[in-house]
Design a protein around this ligand. Structure first.
Ligand code: GLV
Ligand code: MG
Length: 345
């Protein structure tokens, strides 16, 4: 175990200092682009104005014979597109694959300065993070990068879920985690072929009695997502829902995103343009709440004391809640002119 005194020291001489607190950023959706696909890459300059995070995918979904093209396509995209305030992420292949090492070394060498986050799939334990953490520090030093590249884990193996607390506490380079329901289902031999969402066989039945017995579908992911949210929040990193695979079911997608949001997640993946709008709806603050929060801030200009608004008591603590809400709405408004109008900014 690293000594507390050393936890925040760079892991290579000349590497940038790790963040003590994560930078405040808007990450309602992580939008996936298959990085080997030239046609989809050509739409990126227009897409960056609509999304909070644009991710080049090199892992699952990219055929084996296109892995090198995906790596090169991502580098070309990182070099040629102006991302402005939109974050640039990459999902590399798992550390156990023959592609991961070249992806990490070449991408950091070529577009390290533009890259915000590496998404690391199939993280089983803190050892995976320690490996990538040290390697990134060496590469950052070698290429004289000015900011640390963060790591976002996908929680998608039974071993990873078992070790989730240790993973979340393993490095100041961690950005957060996403729950990956497809690989997690495979890893655990769950009896579902869906990517997220419920399953009709995972249900409870009402007691026997007169008439039809009602049955209720349950949330297959509640246990793992709850553990992940606690592990992330306890360590100051961010929890996300991963993919929702049924593109013909926008209501199912919205319900999945919303229940993750209610449970503490701050964003989700979008794999398809319609899911961008769903994520914006779900993960942006509610305009009515923002309007109320603005009234609290206006009625307590120095943030202390107590006032009544619409019969509800407000004090220093609700002022702080209101400030979180209005600050977040301002971040959203800076990126999203439609919501800026709804919030009255
Ligand atoms: C995502 O990578 C998943 O496996 O669900
Ligand atoms: Mg996966």
């Amino acid at each position: 175990m690293t000594l507390p005194r050393n936890f925040f020291k760079p892991l290579a001489i000349g590497a940038p200092e790790p963040f003590r607190e994560l930078p405040v950023r808007l990450e309602r959706m992580i939008h996936f682009i298959p990085a080997h696909n030239e046609k989809l890459r050509s739409r990126v300059p227009e897409l960056v104005r609509k999304v909070d995070v644009l991710l080049g995918n090199l892992e699952d979904g990219v055929p084996v014979e296109s892995k090198a093209a995906a790596r090169e396509g991502f580098i070309e995209m990182g070099r040629s597109v102006d991302f402005g305030s939109t974050e640039l992420w990459v999902r590399i292949n798992a550390l156990s694959t023959p592609w991961a090492l070249d992806e990490i070394t070449e991408i950091v060498a070529e577009v390290g300065e533009q890259l915000d986050v590496i998404m690391l799939p199939k993280v089983d334990g803190p050892w995976d993070i320690h490996y990538l953490d040290r390697l990134l520090a060496q590469l950052e030093a070698k290429h004289a990068l000015t900011h640390p590249i963060l790591i976002h884990c996908i929680l998608e193996t039974a071993e990873g879920v078992t070790n989730v607390e240790a993973i979340a506490a393993s490095s100041p380079r961690l950005h957060g985690m996403s729950l990956g329901p497809a690989d997690l289902a495979a890893s655990r031999a769950m009896k579902t072929t869906r990517v997220g969402g419920g399953h009709p066989d995972y249900k409870v039945m009402a007691d026997p009695g007169p008439g039809n017995r009602a049955s209720y579908q349950q949330d297959l992911w509640h246990y793992s997502l709850g553990r992940m949210v606690d592990a992330c929040v306890a360590n100051g990193i961010k929890p996300f829902w991963g993919p929702f695979g049924d593109f013909n079911d926008p209501d199912g997608c919205e319900a999945q995103f919303r229940s993750a949001f209610v449970q503490g997640c701050v964003g989700a993946w979008s794999l398809y343009p319609e899911q961008i709008e769903i994520a914006k709806r779900v993960f942006s603050p509610d305009p009515a709440e923002v309007a109320f929060a603005k009234r609290i801030l206006e009625s307590m200009p120095d943030g202390s004391g107590a006032v009544m608004i619409d019969g509800k008591m407000q004090d220093d603590a609700t002022w702080r809640q209101a400030k979180v809400m209005v600050d977040r709405a301002r971040i959203v408004a800076a990126k999203d002119p439609e919501r800026a109008k709804l919030y009255g900014f």
